[in-house]
Design a protein around this ligand. Structure first.
Ligand code: KE4
Length: 429
């Protein structure tokens, strides 16, 4: 494949933009080589600047669940352009969006719209701190909630009392209020809660984790968190930025039957435009200004153009329940096809999957938390990624990411993906 234009653009971009990209994962650092620059996309395909075609398994990291350039969403945006698209004042569409989110996610009684998943998560934590008048939070290693300072924290030496910054520019002062637990390990949570009695405002978690590769909650893990939060008056925040409206109409909470006190949303909610949201119990959300004393604001929050795209997306998902069975079927066809090929080749790589999300881990060990995900052979993953790219299949450029399927994937696309998978394994092993 000729990637000459992407290469040229990347050289220029690196002189103008840090690392040549506007978000680190796009730089292909984890898989080597230069990133490809996307020119356009339609349905299940994306095209780079040299017009190479790829079958798309990232879908903008989740939002394009109906495939690219969906006509219904495009039309919804075109309809409003003539009426202007940003006012910085309340609009009807924001009320409709709030009503729809509350209908689709029953644990959400009140909701605030923002512009990204990061903003949703940092605001939800601030709301929990304001509501409980407590300062510390617990997050889980391997979970990602955006790039707010409080989340860029690793387990520190004083692990039960404070974390340590995981990024330059994050202060120890901030890190002191973030504690790190292990995914699927309730004891690690209980230990932190016992050592910080009445000091923990919130536990924030990806209820199905996608940012260490896909990791599922083990039986009773989420219920266990719910119980710990109820017993200790801690706000349980489910970060459903990836899973909301994807794993079910009501996200993980519907699929697994455990309700959060606050939920954060993003990606699909904007139909591909920048939208995030956080919401939950009325008594917590009423702490948010101007109803309460927790300040949070945003020039483009609830932006009317983004609302038109998001409303078209969510109204479709809300009124077409069969779309979720279609996503399950597509996910099942791809993952069972991969497993069959691996078994035929005598390979037992771990594949974690749920609905339209999955990760093939280059380890034969079970992957149930960040420590086990780190066992993967990252060099081999890099070779696999590049081999699949050459065969026209566009995967997430990191072992520690989930793939996101869309309803636009046809049986023919799936056959092409499986053929590329088999040929790539033969090439790299
Ligand atoms: P944004 O600020 O990127 O919209 O959302 C942050 C976020 C919050 N919570 C979860 C569970 C997320 O997955 C994300 C963002 N996801 C990454 C993919 N791992 C976005 C891709 C990127 O960083 O470029």
């Amino acid at each position: 494949m000729n990637h000459s234009i992407s290469k040229e653009l990347f050289e220029k971009a690196q002189k103008l933009i840090p690392g040549g990209v506007n978000s680190p994962v796009r730089a292909f650092k984890a898989v080597g080589g230069n990133p490809i620059f996307i020119k356009k996309a339609k349905g299940a395909h994306i095209y780079d600047e040299n017009d190479n075609q790829y079958i798309e398994l990232i879908n903008s990291w989740g939002p394009m669940i109906l495939g690219h350039a969906n006509e219904m969403i495009a039309e919804a945006m075109q309809k409003v352009l003539a009426d202007s698209w940003s006012f910085g004042a309340p609009t009807r569409r924001e009320v409709e969006m709030a009503e729809l989110i509350i209908e689709m996610m029953p644990s959400i009684e009140k909701v605030r719209l923002v512009n990204s998943g990061t903003e949703a998560c940092l605001s939800a934590v601030r709301a929990a701190r304001g509501y409980t008048q407590r300062e510390k939070i617990i997050k889980f290693s391997g979970c990602y909630h955006g790039h707010a300072d409080s989340f860029l924290i690793a387990a520190g030496s004083g692990a039960v009392t404070f974390g340590t910054p995981d990024s330059l520019g994050v202060t120890q002062g901030v890190a002191n209020d973030t504690l790190i637990a292990n995914y699927n390990d309730l004891n690690s949570v209980q230990t932190l809660v016992d050592a910080n009695e009445n000091k923990i405002a919130a536990i924030i978690i990806e209820p199905v984790a996608g940012n260490m590769g896909l990791v599922l909650p083990e039986k009773d893990f989420l219920e266990g968190l719910r119980n710990i939060c109820d017993k200790n008056n801690i706000v349980l925040i489910f970060d459903e930025v990836m899973t909301g409206f994807r794993l079910a109409k009501g996200g993980v909470q519907e699929r697994f039957g455990v309700k959060a006190d606050l939920t954060t949303l993003g990606k699909i909610i904007g139909g591909g435009l920048p939208v995030g949201a956080y919401g939950g119990k009325t008594e917590i959300m009423n702490c948010i200004a101007p109803a309460g004393k927790v300040y949070q604001a945003g020039t483009l929050s609830g932006n009317p153009l983004a609302m038109s795209a998001g409303l078209a997306m969510l109204n479709y998902l809300n009124s077409t329940p069969e779309v979720y069975q279609k996503l399950e079927n597509i996910g099942e066809k791809i993952t069972s096809g991969i497993q069959k090929i691996n078994q035929k080749m005598g390979l037992s790589y771990t594949l974690n999957a749920v609905g339209s999300m999955f990760t093939l881990f280059f380890t034969t060990q079970k992957v149930f938390d960040f420590g086990s995900a780190l066992q993967c052979d990252l060099a081999l993953f890099g070779k696999y990624f590049q081999s699949m790219l050459k065969k026209g299949v566009y995967l997430a450029p990191s072992q520690f990411e989930s793939l996101f399927l869309s309803t636009a994937l046809s049986d023919e696309n799936i056959a092409q993906i499986l053929d590329a998978h088999e040929r790539s394994l033969k090439e790299i092993l």
